[in-house]
Design a protein around this ligand. Structure first.
Ligand code: LMR
Ligand code: SF4
Length: 511
């Protein structure tokens, strides 16, 4: 079992740090479809570079290393109890090594277990088969994209598309709607797994299971193969684009599975996975516990960095502004949607627990003129007791919508950095107070970690590592203004235009 544990540690590390070739091919292809210099092309360049950095640094592609979910097939008689124990040990070790973020939180107390173990974490599904080898597949699906999963109960009425009935055309409408409702918040461009049928629980399991299919496989059921092709074409006409910035690629893959249903139920369940589509698998010798073969690693695919230089040149031609806290209202008022901002100096991380806390409490740090970064990093402490950032991309900002405006005003915060945009309440506060929202590239955790020169300190450690307030000194941290102090929001614009485009798909296609 010692060797099996080592093999599991290798699998976890590989999954978190190395994006499989079929996913790389899809991202490289998306990059070719965007015009150089557009926001989407710039984001895809950053994503490509981030994927390469993660591989080189053997560090997490994204700081949210998700809910580790294993699907295991064993020969009859294999000891599943021992295997489970070994997997738990490997998970704890991978967390200690900074390959996984401590991501398991007690839902009642809010306490982070610190080692990714706890009731329900990790998820392990066993199944027996006749073969004389063990197969272990692992997916690390982050929380932001998990929040964009959606389940429909047919018949239903869908925004933009009208009635969706209990037939293949109703399914078609649900899937298009699922892509639309995700906007950029699940770090588009994404991959979706769809489950038709089952019950509420097995439908979602079926949807997630589809994500283990290769991006380039062909569905053996002809009508579903046709539907997958149709969705790929139609969804990419919605104009949501990478990070919801607008653009030609919104969806990178669509895999649909079907199961029987109850007469009264007709569920369509959609599992949305971000571009950081981390899944890997191995076959294992049941006697030695050694890895025999990787399942999604049959070719070498280098990330296409060729357009990065051209894109950066165009970026220089854009309005590029350097900001360093403390920032004045005047500086903020001069910014508008589309500007690229480069941040130097100090910023403070803050996400769910901190925002809730700051509503009713003072802050230990002076935030006047300051910058809040919606980020839950992966951190490691060295022997001298100093903290190091291992991965630090943005988290989905919309969760802070109930708090953000008020907190900005209360503490004099001028800049909020996150991803996916915020709603009307925050937009109004930016206008009244003189604030700006910057969108960083979701999932680009290595790229941003590289901009962090020093960890100046940390407060509120009781919230756990991802939720604590880290004081970070950065250099050359680039992000795009997507909500300004004049009432403009790129997110509101893209949401509106994509709804108009969605409505073009209301007519029946599959009779
Ligand atoms: O938890 C995080 O760091 C990010 C999360 O996956 C998100 O997409 O919001
Ligand atoms: S931040 Fe984005 S890339 Fe990372 S897990 Fe969340 S949705 Fe995925």
């Amino acid at each position: 079992m010692e060797k099996f544990k080592e093999s599991m540690l290798q699998l976890i590390t590989e999954t978190s740090t190395y994006l499989p070739p079929d996913v790389r091919v899809a991202i490289n292809a998306a990059k070719l479809k965007e015009d150089a210099g557009t926001r989407s092309a710039l984001s895809l360049s950053t994503i490509a570079r981030n994927i390469q950095m993660a591989e080189e640094n053997v560090s997490p592609i994204c700081q949210d290393t998700g809910m580790p979910t294993f699907e295991i097939k064993t020969p009859v008689g294999a000891n599943q109890i021992e295997m489970k124990k070994a997997i738990h040990e490997a998970i704890a070790e991978a967390t200690k090594q900074g390959k996984l973020r401590s991501n398991s939180v007690d839902s009642l107390t809010g306490v982070n277990s610190g080692n990714n173990l706890g009731p329900g974490t990790p998820v392990i599904h066993f199944e027996q088969w006749e073969k004389d080898e063990i197969e272990v597949k692992l997916i690390l699906k982050g929380g932001g994209c998990e929040n964009k999963n959606i389940q429909y109960s047919l018949p239903t009425e869908l925004e933009g598309l009208g009635k969706a009935g209990r037939d293949l055309d109703g399914v078609r409408k649900c899937i298009l709607h699922a892509v639309y409702q995700a906007q950029g918040q699940g770090c588009s461009a994404g991959f979706i797994g769809v489950g038709i049928g089952g019950d509420r629980t097995s439908g979602y399991a079926l949807a997630k299971h589809q994500l283990f299919r290769r991006v380039d496989d062909v569905n053996p059921i002809p009508e579903l193969a046709q539907l997958e092709d149709y969705i790929m074409e139609a969804a990419n006409k919605l104009g949501i684009g990478t990070m919801g910035f607008g653009g030609n690629t919104t969806l990178l893959g669509c895999k649909i599975g079907v199961e029987n249903r109850l007469p009264a139920s007709f569920f369509v369940s959609v599992a949305y996975n971000c571009w950081a589509f981390r899944r890997q698998g191995v076959t294992i010798d049941p006697v030695t516990g050694e890895i025999k073969q990787y399942l999604y690693k049959d070719q070498e695919v280098a990330m296409d960095l060729s357009t990065a230089a051209a894109a950066e040149e165009k970026q220089e031609a854009r309005n590029e502004i350097v900001l360093e806290a403390p920032i004045t209202e005047e500086q903020i008022r001069s910014l508008k949607v589309g500007d690229v901002v480069i941040i130097n100096g100090l910023m403070h991380t803050g996400r769910d627990a901190l925002h809730k806390y700051l509503m009713d409490n003072d802050c230990v740090t002076d935030l006047n003129g300051g910058i809040i970064y919606h980020c839950g990093p992966v951190m490691l402490k060295d022997e001298a007791g100093e903290w190091h950032v291992k991965a630090a991309g943005p988290t989905t900002s919309i969760r802070e919508e109930p708090y953000q405006g008020e907190i900005m005003k209360k503490f004099g915060i001028r800049v909020v950095i996150g991803k996916g945009g915020m709603g009307p309440k925050t937009l109004q506060a930016l206008k009244e107070h003189g604030g700006v929202y910057l969108n960083a590239i979701g999932g680009a955790a290595q790229y941003y970690a590289d901009c962090i020169e020093k960890v100046e300190g940390v407060d509120y450690m009781e919230f756990g590592i991802p939720e604590a307030m880290w004081h970070l000194r950065v250099k050359g941290f680039a992000a795009i203004v997507t909500m300004d102090s004049h009432g403009n929001s790129l997110h509101a614009d893209v949401s509106k235009s994509s709804l108009e485009k969605l409505a073009q798909f209301a007519e029946p296609v599959f009779k």
